[in-house]
Each structure stands twice: as C-alpha cells, then as structure tokens.
Design a protein around this ligand. Structure first.
Ligand SMILES: CC(C)(COP(=O)(O)OP(=O)(O)OC[C@H]1O[C@@H](n2cnc3c(N)ncnc32)[C@H](O)[C@@H]1OP(=O)(O)O)[C@@H](O)C(=O)NCCC(=O)NCCS
Length: 160
C-alpha cells in the first residue's frame, strides 16, 4: 500500500468533518457535554493556528490529522493553554492498523514544530486503548483526566 501524506487546505473541510465523527464518537453520544466536536474542531476552518495533514492511498483520502488553537474562554476538550494547539486524528476503518495513523501523527507533529509550537495536546476516551498506545509512542504524556477522558500533551523538540 502506498500512502502519501499531504498538507490539508480549506478544500478538505468536508473530509475533516467526516473523520471527526470517528475521532469523537464518544462525545457525540453525550450531547449535553457543551459545544459539539464539529463546532469546536472544524467550524470556520482556516483561522490562524489551524493546520491539517491528509493521508492518501492511491490518491484517495484515508485519514486526517489536524490541530487548532483555542482560547481560555472557548476551550477544546483537551485544552492546556492558549499557545498549545489541540489535535484530532482519524483513519477510515478499512485502512487502520497499517501505519497510516502513525504517519499522520508524525507529519502533524512536524508541522507543529515548523510553526514554532512548543507542545500539542489532545483529549482521548479512556477506553480508546489503541489511540492511547499510538500517542504514547509519539511522546504524549497525561496532564489531565475527567470521568471519561484523558488529556495528553507532547512537548516538541526545537521549542521556540
Ligand atoms: C487511532 C487511529 C487514528 C490509529 O490509526 P491506525 O492507522 O490504525 O494506526 P497505525 O496502524 O499507524 O498504528 C500505530 C500504533 O498505534 C497503536 N494502535 C493503533 N491501533 C491500535 C489498536 N486497535 N490496538 C492497540 N494498539 C493500536 C499501536 O501501538 C500501533 O503501533 P504498532 O503498529 O507498532 O503496533 C485509528 O485507529 C482511528 O482512526 N481510530 C478511530 C478514531 C480515533 O479514535 N481517533 C483518536 C481520537 S482522540
């Protein structure tokens, strides 16, 4: 399988929205938990601090990873501070377990480094052991916890 990772753009918003449902299905099942994932992680895509990478297999999108900066007053689920973007990642079900997620995560962390961020964070369902294993492999450590989720953060080499 040949997988290529390219930068995402405003044209990829529909795909990001589709992939977000995979990443935050557990939040969608709890509609009283504040703003929904699409509102938080995709709406008005393209604002400063937004970045995405898309994985293509034979030219077709099979996964995405992206990050976004949040304000103290309007936080994402894995908020740490206003200079730490939060990431989301998902691979389509039939392309999982073949290294696509790892490639996406590496590409996105590289992008965050290039843009001068010192760290990135995320929120993950405590039961999502596959994703947690992937994040730990890439240097993420737990910095917070709620009933159903963990907040993880990775410090990036080459800090500004
Ligand atoms: C999490 C996700 C993005 C991983 O993508 P993937 O392409 O399957 O991941 P990879 O094949 O690159 O796996 C990389 C590593 O992740 C870990 N991993 C991934 N899925 C796993 C699983 N189901 N069980 C255990 N470990 C898993 C392994 O450590 C693996 O390393 P290895 O291949 O050396 O064992 C994908 O499973 C997914 O889209 N899940 C649904 C969305 C989601 O949960 N997103 C995260 C929300 S916070």
């Amino acid at each position: 399988m040949t997988v290529v990772v390219r930068r995402g753009s405003a044209q990829d918003v529909r795909f990001l929205r589709d992939m977000l449902h995979h990443a935050y299905y557990w939040k969608e099942r709890a509609p009283d938990a504040g703003p929904g994932p699409v509102q938080l992680y995709v709406k008005a895509w393209g604002r400063p601090g937004d970045a995405a990478v898309i994985a293509l297999e034979e030219g077709f999108p099979v996964g995405a990873a992206w990050f976004r900066l949040f304000r103290e007053s309007a936080q994402g689920y894995g908020f740490v501070d206003e200079s730490t973007p939060e990431l989301a990642i998902a691979v389509v079900p039939n392309a999982r377990g073949k290294g696509v997620g790892g490639k996406l995560l590496e590409a996105l962390l590289e992008r965050a480094r290039e843009e001068g961020f010192a760290a990135v964070s995320l929120s993950v369902d405590k039961r999502n052991s596959g994703a947690i294993a992937l994040y730990r492999q890439h240097g993420f450590e737990q910095v917070g916890e709620t009933d159903d989720s963990l907040t993880l953060r990775a410090t990036l080499a080459g800090d500004r």
